[in-house]
Design a protein around this ligand. Structure first.
Ligand code: DGI
Ligand code: FE
Ligand code: FE
Length: 193
């Protein structure tokens, strides 16, 4: 499917606000790929499709998870919204004809991150947080600067903010989020050593 057809379908499937966020993530991810010498087109597509399953109801999310035999973690079960990342990868493959595993995997882990992400996975994880339509989150200026200078420190800041926010809400933290934090803190320490 070409980019214009993807955009048309996304515009139909997403709320106006979510569609605007999607374009923001796509162009931010593409700019980061330019900065780091990564594949700009893959970053653009990953950004466009990352939230393609975001606007399903809880019931629809559970139905789709069953259809695609998606494994549901405890945190996802408690907060079905989290499932939109894994389902987004399934939608990208099924409805948007994406067979590039690098793109699919970036979409799959865009919400929690994971240990030892590929450059494209890191770019999508960061672009989702910093895109220009995102409301001002703590330390956003610094996170946006780091995005183009030091991806490891940028990921540490983002995950620290997310964990703090989730602890405040007493939300269950997914193992993947914790693993992301532990991996990137260690990586940052060894970079600074
Ligand atoms: O889909 P977006 O809103 O663009 O962004 P996202 O895919 O990063 O999802 C953000 C939401 O996910 C935010 O409300 C925090 C939540 N989240 C991220 N990691 C975890 C989490 N929620 C729980 N319960 N556990 C996590 O580990
Ligand atoms: Fe998302
Ligand atoms: Fe998003």
């Amino acid at each position: 499917m070409n980019i214009n057809d993807m955009k048309k379908r996304l515009k139909d499937d997403l709320s106006k606000k979510r569609y605007e966020h999607t374009l923001g993530v796509a162009y931010t991810a593409a700019s980061m790929a330019m900065c780091y010498g990564e594949d700009v087109n893959k970053a653009l597509i990953a950004g466009l499709l990352h939230d393609s399953a975001k606007c399903l109801s809880d019931k629809e999310k559970l139905k789709a998870a069953k259809k695609y035999k998606v494994e549901i973690t405890d945190a996802e079960r408690e907060n079905l919204e989290l499932l939109h990342a894994k389902l987004g990868a399934e939608f990208a493959a099924d409805y948007y004809e994406i067979d590039d595993e690098e793109i699919l995997s970036a979409i799959r882990c865009h919400t929690t991150g994971k240990a030892d992400m590929s450059p494209l996975e890191e770019i999508l994880f960061i672009a989702d947080y910093i895109e220009p339509n995102r409301k001002e989150l703590p330390g956003m200026d610094e996170v946006r600067h780091l995005a183009f200078h030091d991806r490891t420190s940028c990921i540490v800041k983002i995950i620290e903010n997310t964990l703090k926010y989730l602890e405040g809400k007493k939300s269950l933290i997914d193992d993947a989020s914790r693993e992301t934090y532990e991996y990137y803190i260690k990586k940052q320490e060894s970079n600074n050593a």
